[in-house]
Write a protein that binds this ligand. Sequence first.
Ligand code: ACO
Length: 424
Amino acid sequence: METAKLELNGETYELPITVGSEGEIGIDIRALRGQTGAITLDSGYGNTGSCTSSITFINGEKGILRYRGYSIEDLAATSSFPEVSYLLIYGRLPTQVELDEFNHKLTYHSLIHEDIKHFFEGYPQKAPPMSVLSTIVASLTAYYPVPDDLAGQEKNIIRLMSKLKTIAAFAYKKSIGQPFMYPRNDLGFAGDFLHMMNAVPTEAYEVPPLFEKTLDLLLILHADHEQNCSTSTVRMVGSSNANLFASISAGIHALSGPLHGGANVAVIDMLERIRADGGNLQKYIGMAKDKNSGFRLMGFGHRVYKNFDPRANVIKTVSDRVLNEMGIDDPLLDIAKELERIALEDDYFVERKLFPNVDFYSGILYRAMGIPTDMFTVMFAIGRLPGWIAQWLEMRNDPKKRIYRPRQIYVGEGLRALPPIEER
Ligand code: ACO
């Protein structure tokens, strides 16, 4: 198969085909408008490949997710989040020496400029943490020089990777009125974040190793997911040669939407609603099956994964053990487990291949670790950062890169005379 044929107004056009390394087929329409005068129309981009990429492979039918060719299951079982971040950003697994050096850099760049702390004072206490995160990331441009050449970006990549968790934890501390806890250089990535979130100056705090390991796993599972809404945003903003901080700030905004990164919050809201309503699970299963109710089981189903979500499978295999070890006694967890059991035995969900997605379990684990619900999407952003950076770099390093500039089919008024104001 070398070309696709398109018939339009009695003419036949040959369109080249690009085949990906996993056999995915793309009809190359780059010359379409020049040849035919027509464009393609694909609102929501469900059938549009915006780029070729060698970072992440997903096969939704088979439940496959791989970063740089390595399966998410293998990475989750043996890697750490910094190692996965290195893999995504630099395109290969680090040696031990490279990983040690990377961890060292992530540690020693985690302080934010003291002046940036004043930003937090200006926000109201209840400011949404995603909004604080994205605006402070955008402001980093004012503090750290943005070099013209891509090679000079290395330092800003490290800065962003190591400072995002500090900014996130400071935003949380501000929201609960507690003093900021500075990063600690003797802790690993996930451990340091948990320390900045949970420690207070008046008491000794030891990061529970199980929490640290669980958070590291959750970050790995969120590290990249190819051309989703926020990643496409990062690429689109960066395609104008906007700098890394500006591009990632835009991606954080995109992630904040409830249709994207906010679903893990919706799961907990739903479980709380069921609990407040007396815990009648059959009522809510019935509502989810009733198209007129406007209610869906949040954390069930997925646009891409139609058999299972491999990330959810990984979490599920560890979550029972982790929750037992944590000794968690949370009524919402019981409701979640029972809801899952009933739904997975119900024909409606079985026939439609609706199963728990990553958000169903991640919210439960974040909650078990004491991370408040309004920080869940922030956790997603910290996990997704290496993916955004890798995608931004791939786009910027592409010698054929062009500014992202989709077209449209105009359906508004034709040319008309401008009436004087008294005749309108
Ligand atoms: N509860 C009840 N019914 C559902 C659910 C659900 N969660 N999800 C889908 N269905 C039903 C639909 O009503 C439809 O039924 P029908 O065929 O009888 O009309 C069928 O299953 C197919 O649903 P679609 O909406 O066509 O599936 P789509 O792929 O467009 O939607 C989505 C996927 C948005 C994730 C959907 O399953 C949903 O809304 N889930 C709840 C929200 C959620 O958990 N989102 C997080 C996704 S994971 C992530 O973003 C990281």
